[in-house]
Design a binder for this molecule. Structure first.
Ligand code: GRF
Length: 186
């Protein structure tokens, strides 16, 4: 069984989806293969209640302490974690993030949530999507592990894009995590 720690700062919808896919008996794509051992938050946030709901131990700590405590697993997964991370050498290649655009486009400092989708909408691009990538010391920069694409219809607003990409993220992240883990030496 792969052990995962999840790092959060926000509402916890990504955490909720990952826990669902670890534990749901019928639809969990990671069920029996991965378990979330702890949730770490850098602030008080809704995701802590989500952790409680799934009975997962949770900790609120500063980012440095989180990285010290969270690394003792097969994989650390960022799920709406907003603080800057400096990856300790022992955790290189062991942290994944999901970003709501087709990186390397629309990533970097300050590019999160609605801002990403507004930039995509203003660009006139005809496709958008989401990216799972390895976390390194630059925002939204590490090796791309997986991406999922959708077309942009002219009538879609930034809000519509946010909703559509969120749905896509929920499908992609559990699959990409499992795929990534299965390629790691155990
Ligand atoms: C996700 O949509 C993802 O793109 C980004 O943060 C959002 C998660 O927020 N990394 P939350 O899980 O609802 O807190």
């Amino acid at each position: 069984m792969f052990e995962i720690s999840v790092l959060v700062s926000g509402s916890g919808s990504t955490l909720d989806n990952l826990a669902f896919h670890c534990y749901d008996e019928l639809e969990g794509v990671m069920r029996g293969m991965a378990t979330i051992t702890s949730v770490f938050a850098d602030r008080n946030c809704g995701a802590l209640e989500v952790a409680d709901g799934w009975g997962i131990p949770k900790f609120v700590l500063d980012t440095k302490s989180i990285l010290k405590k969270a690394g003792n697993v097969d994989l650390c997964v960022l799920a709406g974690f907003l603080s800057k991370i400096y990856v300790p050498p022992e955790m290189e290649g062991k942290i994944l993030n999901i970003h709501p655009s087709l990186l390397p486009k629309y990533g970097g400092k300050g590019m999160y949530g609605r801002k990403v989708h507004q930039a995509v909408k203003e660009s006139g691009d005809s496709i958008t999507g989401c990216t799972v990538h390895v976390v390194d010391n630059e925002y939204d920069h590490g090796e791309i592990v997986d991406q999922e694409l959708i077309p942009i219809m002219p009538e879609q607003s930034a809000d519509d894009l946010e909703m559509a990409v969120k749905k896509l993220e929920q499908q992609l992240y559990p699959k990409a995590i499992l795929n990534f883990l299965s390629k790691q030496p155990k």
